[in-house]
Design a protein around this ligand. Sequence first.
Ligand code: KG4
Ligand code: ZN
Length: 345
Amino acid sequence: MKKDIILLGIESSCDETSAAVVVNGRKVLSNIIATQVKLHAEYGGVVPEIASRKHVELIIPVIDKAIKDAGITLNDVDAISVTYGPGLVGTLLVGISAAKAIAFSLDKPLIGVNHIEGHIAANYIANPELEPPFICLVASGGHSHVVHVKGYRDFVVLGRTRDDAAGEAFDKIARVLGLGYPGGPAIEKGAVSGNPEAFNFPRVKFSDVPYDFSFSGLKTAVINTVNQFEQKGMPVPVADICASFQNAVVDVLVGNTLSAALDCNSPVICIAGGVAANSSLRERMTTACLENGISLHYPPVLLCTDNAAMIASAAYFYYIDKKWSANDLNAVPGLKLEECGINKE
Ligand code: KG4
Ligand code: ZN
């Protein structure tokens, strides 16, 4: 019988300190996530210096708990995997330093993982039968990508945002409406009692790269609408604005992903990243896939937002191909998906 491969995953690219133990890239033994959301909420967004300091405090207890909850010891781990980009340089370095120290002291392989690859891999945990190829929408606070996942380590980015990421747009609009941080869940909640057709906010389409996104025009249109109500001394219709804004974002996320799947003859779509937690996106993508004979996969909410289990899952496919990282692994804040996997070899 083939030996199980046990990987420790570490994630510290933004405001979640997380460590996880995952077997064969699919089975999660533990996934500890210490969120700093409350700490950053009063500033309306992540403050990098505060985040780095908090990661320093949390990283060892979080790793200890992940190992303990998995019912193993560090010696049972086959390799240490860690996010090395994209993300905030100071926060990434905390996770990388911890991963290196453990790998070096135990003489185990170190595997650096691209955070976006991790988001995609969350789908392998949620759906143990899932295999590439498929089209994956990755929509988070920092990224909006339509990716052709041709193999476990083979990615072609078909479309990306030209300005704000989808999650970033949610966060900015929530701030303007005074709904707090993070914006995605707040807007989703606010939208429940609103009319998604109340305002016809713009949906940007590009003719040269049809899968690219742009959310800055939408953001400006929403802010102008809020200003107009305030200038007239009228109450801002928060629920209608939330619902109409969410409708516009979901329209383009679903539209571009579906076009990519149809153009690439892909019978499978996956969604990933924090915005994939949005129930309107899940519902609309489900309907679009049903209408087009495409099967849809998405992770549970806990695996959509940042976590280390997804990092250990992505790392497994590097481990089995013996693609370790060197001991001088460094943080790469602007790391691109094209710089990873088989593209790098
Ligand atoms: O993947 P993630 O945890 O971190 C990054 O890699 O950026 O994504 C966080 C983003 C935030 O912008 C947050 O507002 C958004 O995901 N988000 C949502 C929802 N939950 C989180 N956006 C829309 N609807 C949600 N339910
Ligand atoms: Zn993320």
